[in-house]
Design a protein around this ligand. Structure first.
Ligand SMILES: Cc1cc2nc3c(=O)[nH]c(=O)nc-3n(C[C@H](O)[C@H](O)[C@H](O)COP(=O)(O)OP(=O)(O)OC[C@H]3O[C@@H](n4cnc5c(N)ncnc54)[C@H](O)[C@@H]3O)c2cc1C
Length: 387
């Protein structure tokens, strides 16, 4: 057992950290408040190869795994730039395409995802179905050689920045007549696809949307994979990378908040010559949060290692646990940082309260803490399914 990164992974961590620090949380917040995107940071990360670290070299990527992508997510977040679209585009979409797309789809999309010139976002959540994906109501019907999609999606991140949305729909199985999941690559400018921006209480340059699919006509090759049978495995293929990278983002955000807070409490003096950090009422909550973040990082490393070793089922358990632990740790770290900074904690300038919405959302999305607990109760503890 080793807890060391390889020299290449160490270099990647240092290089991404340097890039993230050059932009920093001030840049992230400025973009968010101006209603703009982090276009420059994304483009530079793409040029430097960080967005494609997990994409095979033959499609222009770095040939690494989710371990490398988790490093990118964590380090950018630890610099104050938690980019949710890293989870959606390189983690979910690139993995799904690489594992289950046709060769033609891989060639068409992976190089652009690797260099950042393309973004593909992911749409599964629906207003009526919520956490219960068995109730998905977006339906794809055969339309000549192609497909006709109808349905609604909600909270879909980054549609305004993306070329395509990977839409999870259902098709009728010709043999059983039952509806089964299928994924479709829908261009964001497709006729019949409209969107409206949701007002979210999260300081982020990335936006969430309601999506309306009204008779969206798609060619045959918009269906992800060689046949309808690719749907279910493709859907599952995205889950582990999603959970591991979102956990990494949470751990990075937690580190960022604790670092900001520790700098402050080590120097702030209001009782004579001693720093407020010398009071255990201030330092212990911070130390406690640091322990929780570090524990989450360990589970992230384990999950990423298992995933990259092809041990998907075990990675599923660890990935869910990592996502749970990191979500809780990030929320605790940011809340604690706000508290120990006192009034400064609520200012924009000190850059911690700006993360409250994001870390709160991290306990709900992309999978809620309750649904993870359901998963652990059922698959680890052997309890009957509760829903
Ligand atoms: C910032 C943000 C970005 C997002 N981006 C995307 C995206 O890009 N693409 C996408 O498809 N979706 C996205 N989502 C949606 C997200 O995945 C869902 O919000 C999440 O899966 C929960 O679904 P819901 O909101 O419908 O909650 P519901 O399913 O209505 O659940 C409400 C509450 O009830 C709990 N609950 C529900 N069922 C059970 C049960 N059986 N046992 C115990 N508790 C239960 C839930 O945990 C939750 O706390 C995003 C959401 C947010 C907030």
């Amino acid at each position: 057992m080793t807890f060391d990164l390889t020299p290449e992974q160490d270099q990647l961590r240092d290089a991404v950290r340097a890039l993230g620090r050059r932009y920093g949380h001030g840049y992230f917040v400025e973009k968010a408040k101006a209603g703009e995107h982090t276009t420059e940071l994304w483009a530079e990360a793409g040029r430097l190869g960080y967005l494609g670290v997990n994409i095979p070299t033959e499609y222009g990527g770095g040939g690494g795994g989710i371990t490398e992508l988790a490093i990118v997510c964590e380090e950018l977040a630890a610099s104050g730039c938690p980019l949710l679209l890293l989870v959606v585009s390189p983690a979910i979409a690139a993995t799904v395409l690489n594992r289950h797309g046709t060769e033609e789809q891989r060639k068409r999309h992976l190089p652009g995802l690797a260099d950042g010139s393309q973004k593909i976002v992911f749409a599964i959540t629906e207003p009526e179905a919520g956490s219960n994906f068995h109730r998905l109501g977006t339906v794809a019907r055969r339309d000549g050689d192609g497909w006709l999609l109808n349905g609604r999606k909600c909270y879909i991140s980054g549609v305004d920045e993306a070329d395509h949305v990977l839409v999870v729909a259902r098709t009728e199985d010709s043999s059983t007549g039952k509806l089964k999941p299928a994924l479709f690559l829908v261009p964001t400018d497709a006729a019949g696809l409209t969107r409206s921006k949701l007002d979210m209480e999260i300081v982020s340059p990335e936006n969430q949307f309601l999506l309306y699919l009204d008779d969206v006509r798609l060619p045959a090759d918009a269906l992800l994979g060689e046949s309808l049978d690719a749907g279910l495995p493709a859907l599952f293929a995205g889950l582990n990378p999603e959970r591991i990278t979102v956990a990494a983002m949470g751990a990075g955000t937690g580190r960022y908040a604790i670092e900001r807070a520790s700098e402050y409490t080590a120097t702030r003096k209001v009782w004579g010559g001693r720093s407020i950090g010398s009071h255990q009422g201030v330092s212990h909550p911070l130390a406690h949060a640091a322990v929780q973040v570090e524990l989450a990082r360990l589970m992230i490393q384990k999950a990423a290692t298992l995933y990259d070793a092809g041990r998907d089922l075990e990675a599923g358990v660890s990935g869910n646990m990592a996502k749970y632990a990191a979500g809780e740790a990030a929320a605790l770290a940011v809340d604690t940082a706000v508290q120990v900074l006192g009034g400064a904690g609520m200012t924009t300038e000190y850059g911690v309260a700006t993360l409250l919405g994001a870390v709160r959302a991290g306990r709900i999305a992309p999978v809620s803490r309750e649904m993870i607990l359901n998963f652990v109760a059922q698959h680890v503890l052997g309890q009957d399914k509760s829903y």
